[in-house]
Design a protein around this ligand. Structure first.
Ligand code: NAD
Ligand code: GLY
Length: 363
């Protein structure tokens, strides 16, 4: 199977995304200018035993390693400060490069550390989850969490390269894999009807993690994300389309205090709610919503919010969304499959009816 390359042309920095099998262990896939003596692999305690040796092997060994604990709660200023202190102890300067080996947590934290260490150093994304390969490693959003909000402290800082080694997906826990598939589906729903229908057709092979299908799905997702972030690096406009399902999804995550459900699971349910609301507004045919529900269900993704989340509580969480403007809840809705738009001037009744429909449904 061949290696595929997607170029990301953001105004601040152009960089390649390489997608394929066995990339981590081959030096030729990494940026040529990397000096192993000035590189630090940042990973966590789960991923390092599985894949860190492959990165060392690419460079003939000897790269510094920094391991953080595993878990969203470690995507924190404390973990970031500990990493920055390590870089200072090692007497590394502005010419060092961080290699972020892991999922979105390792990638976001390492990217943020790279954004602020000595006012900005280079970093490479080596994403090992499906979500990270199709979303978080691309586009330069880096962040840590604070007790009062997820991703509330961060910076835009693009990597110098992304190497998505699809071999790493073989060890990914099933729920994490499915949560990543939800993000793949998002690109079809918001911008590419053909891709959406391709996912529907190939769902059995994707669920079986067929390497060729996964490579195609990752490539297509990255092409969509690359085009959007190149046109709107700092989310002044169309990048907000990538939040399809996220306002509903964040309300679910906030209600659960970011426990129990994975982000992609909440986004899956949120995309269905956005589709259902679009149908209520008369934009999307009702049978498309039914087909999407069926697809999510057969992909093992949730199609209703957790029991106990009332419409009023969900609305309250949505009112607190950081993307709202002037007190209006901004939503990404669907004109049709493959075409999304950001709206805040919708009929409020349609949102309330959607919340009532779903918050009383059983998943
Ligand atoms: P994660 O990084 O927590 O990884 C999920 C779990 O899988 C972890 O336990 C991890 O150790 C383990 N893991 C990773 N790769 C593995 C592998 N190959 N085999 C076995 N286990 C593996 O979760 P995630 O879903 O990758 O990322 C979620 C984070 O990404 C959140 O913090 C979210 O805010 C962030 N995010 C950022 C962006 C962005 O644009 N920067 C976009 C979406 C999400
Ligand atoms: N994950 C949304 C974005 O990168 O903008």
């Amino acid at each position: 199977m061949s290696l595929t390359r997607v170029d990301v042309a953001t105004p601040s920095r152009p960089y390649p995304i390489l997608i394929g099998r066995g990339l981590l262990a081959e030096r030729a896939h990494y940026p040529a200018a990397l000096d192993p003596a000035r590189c630090v692999i940042v990973s966590n305690e789960t991923i390092a035993p599985l894949y860190l040796e492959r990165v060392q092997q690419a460079f003939g060994g000897g790269l510094r390693e920094y391991l953080m604990p595993d878990g969203e709660r470690y995507k924190s200023l404390d973990t970031c400060a500990a990493l920055l202190d390590y870089l200072l102890e090692q007497r590394l300067g502005r010419d060092c490069t961080l290699l972020a080996l892991g999922g979105g947590v390792v990638g976001d934290l390492t990217g943020f550390a790279a954004a602020i260490f000595q006012r900005g150093i280079r970093f490479v994304q080596l994403p090992t989850t499906l979500l990270a390969q199709v979303d978080s490693s691309v586009g330069g959003k880096t962040a840590v969490n604070r007790p009062l909000g997820k991703n509330m402290v961060g910076a835009f800082h693009q990597p110098i390269a992304v190497l998505a080694d699809t071999d790493t997906l073989g060890t990914l826990p099933q729920r994490e894999f499915l949560a990543g598939l939800a993000e793949v589906l998002k690109y079809g729903l918001l911008g590419d009807a053909d891709f959406y229908h391709w996912i529907r057709r190939e769902q059995a092979g994707l669920l079986a993690r067929d390497p060729a299908l996964l490579q195609q799905a990752i490539e297509q997702s990255c092409r969509h994300k690359a085009a959007i972030v190149a046109a709107d690096e700092r989310e002044a406009g169309q990048r907000a389309l990538l939040n399809l399902g996220h306002t509903f999804g964040h309300a679910i995550e906030a209600h659960l205090q970011y426990r129990d459900w994975l982000h992609g699971e909440a986004v899956a349910c949120g995309m269905l709610m956005a589709a259902a609301m679009s149908a209520r507004l008369g934009w999307l045919p009702g049978d498309e919503v039914a087909r999407l529900r069926e697809l999510l269900h057969s992909l093992g993704l949730p199609v209703a919010p957790p029991a106990g989340l009332t419409p009023a509580a969900m609305l309250e969480h949505m009112r607190g969304d950081k993307k709202n403007l002037g007190g209006q809840i901004r939503l990404v809705l669907l004109d049709k499959i493959g075409q999304a738009r950001v709206v805040s001037d919708y009929a409020a009744q349609a949102l309330e009816d959607t919340l009532h429909e779903f918050c009383h449904a059983q998943g």
